[in-house]
Design a protein around this ligand. Structure first.
Ligand SMILES: Cc1cc2nc3c(=O)[nH]c(=O)nc-3n(C[C@H](O)[C@H](O)[C@H](O)COP(=O)(O)OP(=O)(O)OC[C@H]3O[C@@H](n4cnc5c(N)ncnc54)[C@H](O)[C@@H]3O)c2cc1C
Length: 401
C-alpha cells in the first residue's frame, strides 16, 4: 500500500493546481487520474484577473499570458439599434496586477502544471494516470482515508492508497461525492449551448468586436470571443430549435447569416469552415465541503452556467486556499481549524457569489447590464462599472495583490 500525506483524486486543473501548491508549501501528495495525462478536452477558455494575480505569485501567469489573447475591453452590441457599450478593464487597474481577462484553453494550464510537477525539487508528487478511484473508506475518527483504485494499463490491477487527507477533485460527475453521501442539488437547463469555432470572421464584423462581445437581438444573444486560434461563438438555441440546432451545422449557419445580414453576404456563412460542438449547463452545488478527512473542491463541489467564465476560475481560487489550509498549522488541531474555516468560507462564496453571479448571466445578462450609455465616462458610472467588473473578475474573493 502507498502512503501519502494528501491524496488528490482528479487530475483536472483544480486537482493539479492543488498538488502544485501543496508541493510549494512543503507537502507531499499523490494525484490519481483515471485517463491519460495527454487527454485534454476543449472546455474553459477564460482566465479572470483574480486567478492571473494568484497564479502570478506562483510563477505560472507569464507563460499563460504569452500563449493567450489579452482582452482589455468587454463590449455589448445591440443588433437592433446598432448601439455599442463598452467596459474597459482600466476601471479595475488599481485593484489588480492584471487588468484584463485572458482567452486561452484551460488545457494550457493543465499542461504547464504537469510540466512543473514533473520537474525535480520539493517534496515528492506522485502522478498516477490511468488509475480510477473506485472505493473510498474514511477513518471513523476523521483522521485518514483509504482508496481502492483500478488501473487499466498492464491488465486490470487493483491498487490501494492511504493518506491523511483526501482532496476530492474528480469533476462534475464525481463518484466520490456520492460515496461521501453528499447531495448535488440544483437544476439542469434543457437547452444545449452551441460552441462554434471559426478561423476568421469578415472584417465588417471584426471591426465592431472587442476581445469579448455580447450581441443582442430581440430573440437571442450571442457571445463572441477572440481566441488564439480564431473566433469562438457561443449560441444558445431556444427550446423549440434544439432538434434542428443539434442535427447538423445548417441551423447555426442560417442563424449567423440572418444575424449579420446587413454586414455580410449570406453565401459567406455557407462557405466558411465551421467547427461545432455543444454541451449542457447545470447549476448545482454540494451542501458542505468537508466530510471527515475528505475535502470537496472544483466541479465536484459546484457547476454553473459557463457564461461569464467563472466556474473553473472559482475552482482554482478555492484550490489554492485549500492547499494553503492543508499546509498551515504546526499541529493537527490547527490544520483541522484551518480546514474547517476553508470549508465554511468557500461554501459561503459559492452560495453568495458564484451561483448568484452566474444565475444573473444565465438570464442573458452581461457585466455591462444596468449601465446607461448617456452616463458613460461620468463618475458614478465609472464607480458602478468598476464594482461590477471587480465582481465578474472574482477580485472581491482574494486579498489585494
Ligand atoms: C464546454 C465547457 C466550457 C467551459 N467554459 C468555461 C469558462 O469559460 N470559464 C470557466 O471558468 N469555466 C468553464 N467551464 C468549466 C470548467 O471547464 C470546469 O469548471 C473545470 O474543468 C473544473 O475543473 P476540475 O479540475 O474541478 O474538474 P475536471 O476538469 O472535470 O477534472 C476532473 C478530473 O477528474 C478525473 N476523474 C473523475 N473521476 C475520477 C476517478 N474516480 N478517479 C480518478 N480520476 C477521476 C477526470 O478524468 C478529470 O480529469 C467550461 C466547461 C465546459 C464543459
Amino acid at each position: 500500500m502507498l502512503n501519502s500525506s494528501v491524496l488528490v483524486v482528479g487530475g483536472g486543473p483544480v486537482g493539479l493546481l492543488t498538488a502544485f501548491r501543496l508541493r510549494q508549501c512543503g507537502l507531499a501528495c499523490t494525484v490519481v487520474e483515471q485517463h491519460s495525462w495527454a487527454r485534454n478536452r476543449s472546455r474553459a477558455s477564460t482566465f479572470q484577473p483574480a486567478v492571473l494575480d494568484r497564479l502570478a505569485g506562483l510563477g505560472l501567469t507569464a507563460p499563460l499570458v504569452a500563449a493567450g489573447v489579452r482582452v482589455d475591453r468587454i463590449r455589448s452590441w445591440d443588433l437592433r439599434t446598432g448601439i455599442h457599450q463598452e467596459l474597459d478593464y482600466a476601471v479595475i487597474a488599481a485593484q489588480t496586477l492584471h487588468p484584463f481577462r485572458l482567452h486561452l484553453e484551460q488545457a494550457a494550464l493543465r499542461r504547464l502544471l504537469l510540466q512543473r510537477l514533473a520537474a525535480p525539487g520539493g517534496p515528492p508528487v506522485a502522478l498516477l494516470e490511468h488509475h480510477r478511484a473506485e472505493v473510498l473508506e474514511l477513518n471513523e475518527a476523521g483522521e485518514g482515508v483509504r482508496l481502492r483504485l483500478r488501473t487499466a494499463t498492464g491488465g486490470d490491477r487493483r491498487v490501494q492508497l492511504a493518506g491523511r487527507w483526501l482532496v476530492v477533485a474528480d469533476g462534475a460527475r464525481s463518484s466520490l461525492r456520492q460515496q461521501l453521501g453528499l447531495d448535488f442539488a440544483g437544476v439542469d437547463l434543457p437547452e444545449p449551448v452551441l460552441r462554434l469555432t471559426l478561423p476568421a470572421l469578415p472584417e465588417a464584423i471584426t471591426q465592431r468586436l472587442a476581445g469579448v462581445t455580447y450581441l443582442q437581438t430581440v430573440a437571442r444573444s450571442l457571445s463572441v470571443l477572440r481566441m488564439p486560434e480564431g473566433w469562438r461563438l457561443i449560441l444558445r438555441p431556444l427550446v423549440h430549435e434544439c432538434q434542428r440546432a443539434l442535427a447538423d451545422d445548417s441551423w447555426a449557419r442560417a442563424v449567423l447569416s440572418e444575424l449579420f445580414a446587413s454586414l455580410v453576404e449570406p453565401a459567406w456563412w455557407q462557405a466558411t469552415p465551421l467547427h461545432i460542438d455543444h454541451y449542457y449547463v447545470a447549476q448545482r452545488c454540494v451542501p458542505e465541503r468537508q466530510v471527515g478527512a475528505a475535502l470537496v473542491v472544483g466541479d465536484a463541489a459546484h457547476v454553473t452556467n459557463t457564461r461569464g467564465g467563472l466556474n473553473m476560475n472559482f475552482g482554482l481560487l478555492e484550490a489554492l486556499a485549500l492547499a494553503e489550509a492543508l499546509a498551515s498549522g504546526s499541529s493537527a488541531g490547527s490544520t483541522n481549524q484551518a480546514l474547517a474555516r476553508w470549508a465554511l468560507q468557500w461554501q459561503g462564496h459559492t452560495l453568495d457569489a458564484l451561483l448568484p453571479r452566474t444565475s444573473r448571466l444565465l438570464a442573458g445578462g452581461t457585466p455591462l447590464d444596468g449601465r446607461s450609455p448617456q452616463l458613460a465616462g461620468e463618475g458614478s458610472d465609472q464607480l458602478e462599472s468598476g464594482l461590477r467588473l471587480r465582481q465578474a473578475s472574482l477580485l472581491d474573493l482574494i486579498a489585494p495583490p
